[in-house]
Design a protein around this ligand. Structure first.
Ligand code: ATP
Ligand code: FE2
Length: 327
């Protein structure tokens, strides 16, 4: 028996398949990349609609199973862009209905965390979730995640992508900025560093970085300074949160978790407080169907199904609104 998971919250249409132990048997995706500007919700949905059947076929082939062997179908119910979310939801409903198996609505943020826990075997970590839409520090308290640090304006990944666009780098900017920063000569140009309590703000940093570019600073130097500043801000709040919560593990997840420099900085913080640094494997840092399939499996084990009439997409569904009975 296998669980199939569909991811379609934003840029990625992905399908993953896991067995009942959680092992990933298939992980296939197609990523929409805008020619210019940010993600256009309707264009993303069109991309997903065109890609979805081929991705399904590839995933089934990769897993070497037939659709009849599925015991449940999971999908990203939110948060995300409504038109994009709907494509995954429609496909999931169709599969669940025709195969007469349970439908499972998964929270995308919970899936990033659960997949990272699965691979790293982290038990009760301080979760650092950094992506295009989220910048959150959170721990599980009882049955709910409690968020005690987040961005006051734009998410870290979004800030990197917006800077990338200003620098004429193709979307997404994050990986390109990382590469350019590595090629820099180590000159650091001072930039706004904004930490308020446990919260962060990245908009001033973005504006100032774009200004440096306009004034003629070398792109690699600005990328380096931008990364060092933004990641130092994250590191500061993580360090304090770790001391405050007394957790023995940091768990880094979300698209930005693929960044080597960020991982290095958080590893140093963890070491300084005798905590373990754990993270999602870089291959699974970005959005993927396998994380939805795995979290679907957890829901399936606890018999938390989503009947079709209750499967409307939830574009603003937050991490701290989800009950987590399985931990
Ligand atoms: P969420 O709903 O979780 O916010 P998302 O739509 O942001 O999802 P993810 O795939 O989780 O999607 O994250 C994408 C983000 O990760 C983008 O902003 C991208 O620039 C960033 N990113 C990817 N690789 C790197 C990297 N190596 N360094 C920095 N940022 C990266
Ligand atoms: Fe994501």
């Amino acid at each position: 028996m296998f669980v199939l998971g569909i991811e379609s919250t934003a840029h990625t249409f992905g399908i993953g398949i896991v067995d009942t132990e959680g092992k990933v048997l298939a992980d296939v995706k197609s990523v929409y990349s805008p020619d210019e500007g940010g993600i256009h919700p309707r264009e993303a949905a069109e991309h997903h609609q065109e890609a979805c059947l081929l991705i399904l076929k590839k995933a089934i082939n990769q897993a070497g199973i037939s659709l009849r062997q599925l015991c449940a179908v999971a999908f990203s119910q939110g948060p995300g862009l409504p038109p994009a979310l709907r494509i995954g939801a429609i496909m999931a409903r169709g599969l669940a209905y025709s195969l007469e198996i349970p439908l499972l609505g998964v929270n995308h943020c919970v899936a990033h965390v659960e997949q990272a826990r699965y691979f790293s075997k982290a038990e009760h970590p301080l979760v650092v979730y950094l992506s295009g839409g989220n910048t959150q520090l959170t721990t599980l308290e009882g049955k709910r995640y409690r968020i005690f640090g987040e961005t006051l304006d734009i998410a870290l990944g979004n800030m990197l992508d917006m800077f990338g666009r200003a620098a004429k780098l193709a979307h997404p900017g994050g990986p390109k900025i990382e590469k350019l920063a590595r090629q820099a000569d180590g000159t650091y140009l001072p930039l706004p560093y904004t930490v308020k309590g446990m919260d962060l703000s990245f908009s001033g940093l973005l504006t100032a970085s774009k200004r440096l570019l306009k004034e003629g600073a070398a792109l690699s130097t600005v990328c380096y300074s931008l990364q060092e500043t933004a990641f130092a801000m994250v590191t500061e709040v993580v360090e304090r949160a770790l001391a405050h919560t007394q957790r023995a593990e940091i768990l880094l997840t979300g698209g930005v978790a693929a960044n080597k420099r960020l991982r290095e900085m958080l590893r140093i913080v963890a070491k300084g407080q005798s905590a373990r640094f754990a993270s999602v494997p870089p291959k699974f840092a970005g959005d993927n169907g396998a994380m939805i399939a795995y979290t679907g499996l957890l829901l399936y084990r606890d018999k938390i199904e989503t009947p079709i009439p209750a499967s409307k997409v939830l574009p603003k569904w937050r991490l701290d609104q989800v009950d987590i009975p399985w931990q």
